[in-house]
Design a protein around this ligand. Structure first.
Ligand SMILES: CC(C)(COP(=O)(O)OP(=O)(O)OC[C@H]1O[C@@H](n2cnc3c(N)ncnc32)[C@H](O)[C@@H]1OP(=O)(O)O)[C@@H](O)C(=O)NCCC(=O)NCCS
Length: 188
């Protein structure tokens, strides 16, 4: 159920430096912006690199998969579709699934950074934004996700952001989660 302060909101993380050696410092602001009628076309242009689609969705554009799930309320729950922006430029998409009525938590799905924008810190910044949104949500104690066991880059990313492995789901995906206590935002 989506109400008042629990509605999808914009969330931003600033000041992350890219790992590229050619740039020594960049005052970057990565934001999660709800996908709306104004920006869905930009979201739909996001594409994974070759071989990555199996890790994130059955079809591309991933943004349209997310919007489809939100429209039909897949799993009979609310989906919050987000565009990942850097200073107004679309670099990726993700979805938050509102599972609070089931398990007092939310879930991160379909995290995708555009093929041309990977390895620049956007995935990490987006994960931090998602954790921050989960912390801000009422009655949300945990952020959960699943990841393909062969998706080592994503597993490394999530574990380095504090997610721990809870088990394996019916499809053989690793289940990870992190606590989302109120009153503080962890930044690396
Ligand atoms: C996984 C993904 C979201 C990471 O996004 P990204 O912006 O490229 O990642 P970042 O630049 O923020 O890197 C964060 C960390 O992830 C890990 N990582 C990311 N890409 C990696 C790669 N190709 N090889 C090894 N490690 C990698 C590293 O630990 C990295 O930290 P470091 O830069 O300090 O070494 C991105 O590669 C992607 O969209 N992949 C396709 C879809 C997908 O698999 N989504 C996850 C579904 S669960």
């Amino acid at each position: 159920m989506r109400t008042g302060a629990d509605s999808p909101s914009t969330c931003g993380i600033g000041g992350l430096a890219p790992s590229g050696a050619e740039v020594t410092y960049l005052c970057r602001v990565t934001e999660l912006v709800p996908i709306t009628r104004d920006n869905w076309r930009r979201a739909a242009r996001i594409r994974v690199a070759e071989g990555q689609l199996r890790f994130v969705a059955a079809y591309e554009p991933v943004a349209l998969v997310i919007l489809g799930k939100a429209f039909v309320r897949d799993a009979n729950l609310d989906w919050w579709p987000y565009l990942i922006e850097d200073a107004g430029r679309a670099v990726g998409v993700l979805a938050l699934l509102d599972e609070r009525q089931l398990n007092c938590g939310m879930a991160l799905f379909h995290l995708t950074i555009d093929a041309g924008q990977q390895r620049r810190g956007y995935g990490r910044a987006a994960v931090r934004c998602a954790v921050e949104l989960a912390r801000q949500a009422e009655n949300c104690d945990r952020l959960r996700l699943t990841v393909h066991p062969e998706n080592q880059p994503a597993i490394t990313l999530y574990q380095s952001e504090g997610f721990v492995v809870d088990g394996i789901d019916a499809e053989g995906e690793l289940r990870l989660s992190t606590a989302t206590p109120k009153g503080g935002i962890r930044r690396g």
